[in-house]
Design a protein around this ligand. Structure first.
Ligand SMILES: Cc1cc2nc3c(=O)[nH]c(=O)nc-3n(C[C@H](O)[C@H](O)[C@H](O)COP(=O)(O)O)c2cc1C
Length: 182
């Protein structure tokens, strides 16, 4: 492709192929990929923050590592990079309203004004009653398009909370019931 003059955005060239898959087509297909809903929190020198995330995935159990995808443009981004720690709070059906509150557009104090929070060993807030909580140190960050992929080593766990799960599928929340323990 032809080089643009410094400071100018290159104009599309005739030979640039149209994207094979558009952003909207991709999003529509991803709506069919159900995923657990989590609130990712942090605290430290960069301040307390948190956001709702479904882009959370296990990487390996040796060492225990998961990844979280964080939009670089979100109000939470700077705090996560400054603190270098986070807690993945995996939600239960009773946390649907909390998920919406942390899903963008509300001030941080209002987000943490709901729910019961206490600091984990890393200092990141843990949600009382979460189905699971993964306390982590961020060990590597990879930038991909609009997002940062945060690779996180798990240094603490809490699994005494709810036995039900909250899934986001087809742009709606769904409750998952756990095994019958009676
Ligand atoms: C169900 C659900 C899943 C989301 N998953 C992600 C995610 O995986 N990564 C992400 O960066 N944002 C995700 N978001 C959006 C963030 O929660 C939102 O952008 C974040 O709270 C920052 O918004 P703010 O800039 O207004 O603070 C999700 C939102 C919802 C409601």
């Amino acid at each position: 492709m032809q080089q643009a003059a410094p400071g100018l955005i290159p104009a599309p060239q005739a030979e640039d192929p149209a994207p094979v898959v558009t952003k909207h087509e991709y999003r529509d297909a991803m709506a069919r990929l159900g995923a657990a809903v989590n609130i990712i929190t942090t605290d430290g020198p960069g301040g307390r923050h948190g956001f709702t995330a479904s882009a959370v995935c296990s990487v390996t159990d040796t060492p225990p590592t998961l990844l979280v995808c964080l939009n670089k443009g979100s109000s939470a981004s700077a705090a996560f990079h400054a603190n270098g720690v986070l807690c993945v709070n995996t939600l239960a059906p009773e946390h649907e309203a909390l998920s919406k509150l942390f899903g963008g557009g509300t001030p941080v104090a209002e987000r943490f004004g709901a729910g019961e929070w206490k600091p984990s060993a890393t200092g990141a807030p843990i949600l009382a009653g979460a189905a699971a909580a993964f306390d982590c140190r961020i060990v590597r960050t990879v930038e991909v398009g609009t997002h940062d992929v945060l690779f996180c080593e798990v240094v603490g766990l809490a699994t005494e909370g709810a036995r039900e799960g909250l899934i986001y599928f087809s742009r709606r929340y769904h409750a998952l019931t756990g095994p019958d323990e009676s």
